[in-house]
Design a protein around this ligand. Sequence first.
Ligand code: 0X9
Ligand code: CA
Ligand code: CA
Ligand code: ZN
Length: 308
Amino acid sequence: EFPAGDEAYHTYDEVNAELEKAATDHPDLAAVSSIGKSVEGRDLNMIKISDNAGTDEDEPEVLFNCNQHAREHLTTEMCMRVVSRLTDGYETDAKVKEMVDGKEIWVVPMVNPDGAMYDIEGGEYKMWRKNRDGEGTDLNRNWDYKWGCCDGSDTDPGGETYRGTAGFSAPETKALSDFVLSRNVNGAQQIKAHIDFHTYSELVLWPFGHTDETVTEDMTQEEYDRFETIGKEMAGTNDYTPMQSSGLYITDGDSNGWMWGSQKILSYTFEMYPGQGGVDGFYPPASVIEEQTSRNDAAVDILIQNAA
Ligand code: 0X9
Ligand code: CA
Ligand code: CA
Ligand code: ZN
C-alpha cells in the first residue's frame, strides 16, 4: 500500500479493478486482456479502447505503456488518465469520440507490477527501479534492439541499469514486445505510434538513445525530422524539453529503440514531473496527480492524431 497521504495512487489491484470497471461501464468501447505474466506471476493487464472494441477493425493502432520502472508511480496514473478520459469522455467530448472511433488504442498501465508493489511494501518507498528477478533487471535496458551495444547499460546484476542475460530475458519486456509483434498483420505493423511514460525531468525524448548520431542505418534524415517535429509539437503543449534521447545520456536496449528500429513505430519517451532538480523526485505527493497527468492530455492527442 502507498504511504499515508499518497493513497490516491493506484495499487496493482486498484488498476485492475478500474480497468474492469471501464470495460463494464463501456462494453462497446473497452476490452481488458492480459499480455502475459510478470516474474512473480502477476498478469500484465492491458485495455483496448476503440469503437467496437471487441472487433479488430482496420484502424491505425496506438500504444501507451507506463511503469517500466517500479518507482515511477506517477506514470501509472498517466495511463489511468488516458483510460478514463477516452472512455468516460467519449459521450461528451467530440474530439475524444473522433480519436476513439478512428483508432484502436492499447494501454498497459503497469509493465512492472512486481517492482511497483515491492516499492511500496509496508507503506514505505524503497527507491526500487528494476523488476524482481534476482537482483532485478532494468526493463528499459532489456529490449532486443542494439541490446548492450554501446556502454549504455550495466552487465553487473547489482547495477541499477542491469540489462539482463539477453534481449527480452525479462518476461515483462518479452510479453510487451510479443504483443507488439502480434499486431503485425500480414506483414504490416498495425501500431503506428507509442509513448513509454517515465519520470522524471519533464522531457519529450525520441530515438535513438544508443548513439548521438541522428541518422543511422535504421533512421533516415526525413524520419528523424518527423520525430523532431512531432516531438517539439507535443513539448509545446506540456512545456517539457524536447530532445533526442541520447542527448540526455546514452542507453542501449531501451523501448523506443526497438519500437522504431525493429517495428518502425513512432515511439517517444515522456519523462514526467518534476523537472530536473525538482524536489519531489520519484515521489511527488498525490496532490499533483491531476495537474501533472492532465498536463499531457494535448500531447497524447497529438500522438494519437499522428498515428497513420
Ligand atoms: O534511463 C531511462 O531508462 C530513462 N530515464 S529514467 O530516469 N526514467 O530511468 C530514459 C531513457 C531514454 N533513453 C535515453 N536517454 N537514451
Ligand atoms: Ca474500432
Ligand atoms: Ca486493427
Ligand atoms: Zn524510467
